[in-house]
Design a protein around this ligand. Structure first.
Ligand SMILES: [Zn+2]
Length: 161
């Protein structure tokens, strides 16, 4: 029988406390770092800095599906918001809904919503991912851990800045 040490039990999907998740989601919706609450993650509305200026967390986390999941979440969120606004409009204006206006507003809204929601969806996705996969020291490279240089995993994919 194989004896396992505590180090053998990594917790890749350890869900933290619900309070921590709510705090991280609140920070994300305020466009702050879900991990530490710092501002300054956005370079501009459609581009993020590589790392949080406060805690050094990589905004694009490792994992082959992270980027695809982030983009998919953005599209799903935008389309759900569009559907909610569309249904609300119909409920409020029925039976005198302006279909001619909807023929123009609906496709424009669907095209614009992913861009408007981009930083929110990106940071909410990051918060949800952090809840499932808490950041380890390799991902954090900033003021708080300066002097504790994380080990290079040798993949060459990490920043060399
Ligand atoms: Zn941070």
């Amino acid at each position: 029988m194989v004896q396992l040490s505590p180090e053998d039990f990594e917790r890749p999907f350890a869900i933290g406390s619900s309070r921590r998740l709510i705090v991280m989601l609140g920070r994300a919706l305020a466009l702050r770092c879900p991990n530490c609450g710092s501002r300054g993650l956005l370079r501009n509305w459609l581009h993020m800095h590589e790392r949080c200026p406060g805690c050094g967390l990589r905004v694009e986390r490792e994992g082959s599906d992270y980027m695809a999941g982030s983009l998919m979440f953005n599209i799903v969120l935008a389309e759900m918001l569009f559907a909610a606004v569309f249904v609300a409009y119909l409920l409020i204006t029925w039976p005198r809904s302006n279909w001619e206006m909807l023929e123009i507003a609906a496709p424009v809204g669907m095209a614009v919503a992913p861009f408007v929601l981009f930083p929110f969806s990106k940071l909410v996705w990051l918060a949800a991912d952090l809840a499932l996969r808490p950041a380890d020291v390799r991902e954090l490279r900033g003021r708080e851990i300066r002097g504790r240089e994380p080990r290079d995993d040798g993949s060459g994919s990490s920043s060399t800045r």
